[in-house]
Design a protein around this ligand. Structure first.
Ligand SMILES: Nc1ncnc2c1ncn2[C@@H]1O[C@H](COP(=O)(O)OP(=O)(O)OP(=O)(O)O)[C@@H](O)[C@H]1O
Length: 734
C-alpha cells in the first residue's frame, strides 16, 4: 500500500485556499491549463465537467506498480455527460476520498478502496503512464499481461481502451486510448532494447489478433468471414482460438490500421451489432530471442486488451427471439465472469470450489488472466451521475470482489544451448540454490520478527487484524495469511520444544539433587553404623569393667543412656534426610511422568490439532474479511445509524430484506448475490440430474440382473426336479 500511496498526490492544478479544487471554479476560471483544454475537448464528446465540489487527486507514476501484485483494480470515473446533466443536473452518486478510496453516496453510503481511483481529470495519457507503461514493461520482460475494461454501457470502456484513434498515433491526439498508446510505447521500447543489446542479437516479433465474442460465438475481426471459431487447449499453445488470423505487426501504425479497417469491416457486415453487446479481445503475442554466453533464450508474452460488453442488467421484458438470445448470452458471459471471480475469491480463501471457466467463451479465453499465469489490470469504468447510481454501485461491488483474485505470473522463457553452456548454467544455478539456501537460513530472523505480531502464547490462532481500512491489503492478504500460518506453526513447535526442555532440565536437577541426598544418606548411615559399632564396643568394654568391678553398674547405665541418646539424634537426622530424599525422588518421578505425558501428547497429534485450530481460526477470519468487504455497504448502514434496515436483514435470519423499496441498492446487491447463487444452483441441479440418470440406469441394470438371477434359479430348480424324477424312475426300474 505504501507504494500505492506514493503514486498519488492531491492535485496541484488550480488549488483553492483549502487545497481543494472545485470543478465550478475550474469552469469559471479563465486560466488556460491543460486540464481546461481537455475539458473543452470532452465537451465535444457530450461529456462535461462541471457542478461538482469534490476534491481532485492527481495520480503519480510508479514503476514498481506491478512488482508486488499481479492483479490491480482501477476505478475510472468519467465526467458527467450533457444528457445526464439535463436529466439529473450535477448531482453525483460518488465522492472521491483519496487516490484509492471512493464513496458511493446513495443509501446507505458505502466506501470502497481500490488500487487506484482515477477521477474525470485523469487524462488518457496519465492513465496510460500509470497503468499502461508498467504493463508494457512486463510484457517485454516475458510476463503475460491482460487489461480489461468493465462497466455499464456508456461508462467509458471503449474510450479507455481505444479512445479516439482517428488521429492515428499522433502525440497530440489527447483522447487516444490505451491500445494505441500501448503499441506506440511497445515498439519504441523494443527499438531501444534492440539497440542496447545489439551484442546479444536480440530479435522481437509481435503478432496480433482481434476477436469479438457476440452471442457466445467467436468472430475473427481481422477476417469477418470466419465465424463461430472454437477455443482449444493444448500443451504447446495453451488456451487459444483455433484458426484465428494472426498478423505480424512492426509498428503502432500497423496496429491502428488493423483497428481502423476492422471497424470498417465490422460496421459493414454487422450493422445491428453494438459494442455494448459484445466483448472484444485484442491480443498481441510478443516473442523475443537472444543469445548470451552461448545460450539461446526465447521469451514470449501474451498481451490481452479486452473491452467488455456493457454490464448493465438486460431487461428481459419485451425481448424476443434473437434479442432475447443475445441478452441471455451477454448475461451468461458476464454472470459467468462474476461467478468465476466469486469462486476464485473463495478458492483463495481455502475453499475447494469448481471455477466454471468453461461455462462461457469469455472466461474460457481469459482463464489465464483470471487466477492464472498473468499480470492483470481491471479498469472498472463508472459514471458519477445520479441517474446511473445503481449500475455504478454494481460495478464498484464487482471491482471490489475482483481485488481478491490471486494470479501466479511467471516469466515465460525457454533457454537452450550447447552442452558446455548448459553445464555452466547448471553450475550457476547450483551456486544460486546454495546462495538462496544461505539467505533462507539467515532470513529466519526476519520471520521471527514478523511473528512477533502474532499474539502468543495464548490462543495459537489469535492475531492482530488491522481492519478494513487499516494497512490490510486484500491483494496481499492470502500471502500474509499463509505466512502467519507458518509462523504460528513454527511458534507452537518452538514453544512446545522449549517447554519440554524446561521440564527435562527440572527433572535432571531433581534427579541430581536426589542422588546427592542419597549419597549423603548412605554416608550418614555408614557413620551411624560406625557410631553404633563404637557404642557396642564401648558398651562391651564397660560391661567387662562392671564385671571386674572397675566401674559401677550405675555409671555403665548412664553412659549407655548417653550413647543411646546420641544414636537417637543421629537416627533422627537420618530420617529427616530420608524424607527429603523421598520428596526429591517423588518430584523426579512426577516430572518424568510429565515429560512422558507431554511427549505422548505431541506424538498423539497435538501439533496437528493445533495446526487445525490455527487454520480454522484463520479461515474464520478470512471469511469474516471477505464478508465484511463484500458487504461494506451493509456495515456502513450500521455506521450511519441506519439500524432499521440492518434489523430487517438480521431479523429475518437471511438476506431477504423486508420493506425494501423496489430497485433499492440493497435489493440490487442481493439480487446480484442471488444471481450467482442461482448459477450455482443451476450447476448443482445439472450435476444432480446427471447423478439421478446414472442412478436410474443402475437401478434398471440391477432389476435386469435380478430378473436374470431369478430365471436362472427357476431353471436350476426345474433341472433339479427333472433330475430327481429321473433318479426315481431309475430306482423304480431297478
Ligand atoms: N474519461 C472520459 N473523459 C471524457 N469523455 C469520456 C470519458 N469516458 C467516456 N467518455 C465519453 O463518454 C461516451 C461513452 O463512452 P464509451 O463509448 O467509451 O462507453 P462504453 O462503456 O464503451 O460504452 P459501450 O458499452 O456502449 O461500448 C463517449 O462519447 C466517450 O468519449
Amino acid at each position: 500500500m505504501t507504494n500505492l500511496l506514493s503514486r498519488c498526490r492531491p492535485s496541484v492544478v488550480l488549488r483553492t485556499f483549502s487545497g481543494r479544487r472545485p470543478r465550478d471554479n475550474l469552469l469559471q476560471s479563465a486560466v488556460s491549463t491543460s486540464a481546461v483544454r481537455s475539458i473543452s475537448e470532452r465537451e465535444d464528446n457530450g461529456v462535461v465537467m462541471a457542478g461538482s465540489s469534490s476534491q481532485s487527486f492527481e495520480l503519480c507514476e510508479d514503476p514498481s506498480f506491478w512488482k508486488d501484485h499481479n492483479v490491480q483494480v482501477i476505478i475510472r470515473i468519467r465526467p458527467l455527460s450533457s444528457a445526464e446533466i439535463s436529466l439529473q443536473g450535477y448531482s453525483k452518486c460518488v465522492r472521491q476520498e483519496s487516490c484509492q478510496t471512493v464513496t458511493w453516496t446513495g443509501h446507505p453510503e458505502s466506501r470502497f478502496t481500490f488500487d487506484l481511483v482515477a477521477d474525470e481529470n485523469v487524462s488518457q495519457e496519465k492513465l496510460f503512464k500509470v497503468a499502461g507503461v508498467p504493463m508494457v514493461e512486463n510484457c517485454v520482460g516475458g510476463y503475460n499481461s491482460c487489461m480489461f475494461a468493465y462497466g455499464q454501457t456508456g461508462s467509458g470502456k471503449t474510450h479507455t481502451m481505444l479512445g479516439d484513434i482517428e488521429g492515428g498515433t499522433r502525440r497530440h491526439s489527447v483522447n487516444c486510448g490505451m491500445t494505441p498508446r500501448v503499441f506506440e510505447y511497445l515498439f519504441s521500447r523494443i527499438q531501444k532494447e534492440k539497440e542496447v543489446r545489439r551484442d546479444e542479437k536480440l530479435r522481437f516479433t509481435c503478432k496480433c489478433s482481434f476477436l469479438e465474442i457476440y452471442n457466445e460465438q467467436i468472430l475473427d475481426l481481422l477476417d469477418p468471414s470466419s465465424i463461430n471459431l472454437q477455443i482449444r487447449e493444448d500443451i504447446k499453445k495453451g488456451i487459444h482460438v483455433e484458426n484465428l488470423k494472426e498478423i505480424e505487426v512492426s509498428s503502432a501504425r500497423d496496429v491502428i490500421q488493423q483497428a481502423h479497417s476492422t471497424n470498417r469491416k465490422v460496421a459493414a457486415t454487422n450493422m445491428n451489432r453494438a459494442s455494448s453487446r459484445s466483448h472484444s479481445v485484442f491480443t498481441c503475442i510478443i516473442e523475443s530471442k537472444w543469445e548470451s554466453q552461448g545460450v539461446s533464450h526465447h521469451r514470449f508474452a501474451r498481451l490481452n486488451l479486452v473491452d467488455l460488453a456493457g454490464s448493465e442488467r438486460q431487461k428481459s421484458s419485451g425481448a424476443e427471439g434473437e434479442r432475447l438470445k443475445e441478452a441471455t448470452n451477454i448475461n451468461k458471459s458476464l454472470s459467468t465472469l462474476g461467478l468465476v471471480i466469486m469462486n476464485l475469491v473463495n478458492v483463495s480463501n481455502g475453499k475447494s470450489l469448481h471455477v466454471p471457466y468453461r461455462d462461457s467463451k469469455l472466461t474460457f479465453l481469459l482463464q489465464d488472466s483470471l487466477g492464472g499465469n498473468s499480470k492483470t489490470i481491471i479498469i472498472a469504468n463508472i459514471s458519477p451521475s445520479n441517474c446511473c447510481s445503481l449500475e455504478t454501485l454494481s460495478t464498484l461491488k464487482f471491482a471490489q470482489r475482483a481485488k481478491f483474485i490471486k494470479n501466479n505470473a511467471i516469466v515465460n522463457e525457454d533457454t537452450s544451448g550447447d552442452v558446455l553452456a548448459m553445464r555452466m548454467q547448471i553450475q550457476q544455478l547450483k551456486k544460486e540454490v546454495s546462495r538462496l539456501r544461505g539467505l533462507i537460513n539467515g532470513g529466519a530472523e526476519n520471520q521471527e520478527n514478523d511473528a512477533l505480531s502474532v499474539c502468543f502464547p495464548g490462543s495459537p490462532g489469535s492475531f492482530k487484524w488491522e481492519g478494513i481500512h487499516g494497512s490490510f491489503s486484500p491483494l496481499t492478504s492470502d500471502k500474509k495469511m499463509s505466512q502467519k500460518k507458518e509462523y504460528d506453526v513454527a511458534l507452537v513447535g518452538a514453544f512446545r520444544r522449549e517447554k519440554d526442555k524446561d521440564i527435562a532440565l527440572q527433572a535432571l536437577t531433581a534427579e541430581n539433587q536426589a542422588s546427592m541426598q542419597l549419597a549423603k544418606q548412605r554416608a550418614d548411615e555408614i557413620q551411624g553404623l560406625k557410631m553404633r559399632l563404637r557404642f557396642r564396643e564401648s558398651g562391651i568394654k564397660r560391661l567387662e569393667a562392671v564385671a571386674s568391678g572397675k566401674i559401677s553398674a550405675e555409671t555403665h547405665l548412664l553412659k549407655e543412656k548417653e550413647e543411646h541418646l546420641k544414636e537417637i539424634e543421629v537416627l533422627r537426622a537420618q530420617v529427616d534426610r530420608n524424607q527429603e530424599v523421598t520428596r526429591f525422588a517423588m518430584e523426579n518421578l512426577r516430572l518424568k511422568e510429565e515429560i512422558r505425558r507431554l511427549k505422548s501428547f505431541c506424538e498423539e497429534g497435538e501439533r496437528e490439532r493445533m495446526n487445525e485450530q490455527i487454520m480454522l481460526l484463520q479461515n474464520k477470519l478470512l471469511e469474516a474479511l471477505d464478508w465484511k468487504l463484500m458487504h461494506e455497504s451493509d456495515s456502513s448502514t450500521v455506521q450511519n445509524g441506519n439500524l432499521d434496515a440492518m434489523k430487517d436483514v438480521l431479523g429475518n435470519g437471511n438476506l431477504l430484506i423486508s420493506g425494501q423499496e423496489p430497485g433499492s441498492p440493497w435489493r440490487s446487491s442481493i439480487s446480484e448475490e442471488n444471481e450467482f447463487l442461482r448459477m450455482q444452483a443451476i450447476q448443482n441441479q445439472a450435476e444432480m440430474d446427471t447423478l439421478r440418470k446414472k442412478l436410474n440406469f443402475s437401478l434398471e441394470e440391477k432389476e435386469k440382473l435380478e430378473r436374470n438371477v431369478n430365471d436362472l434359479i427357476t431353471m436350476l430348480e426345474e433341472e433339479r426336479s427333472v433330475q430327481s424324477c429321473e433318479r426315481r424312475y431309475a430306482e423304480l426300474a431297478n
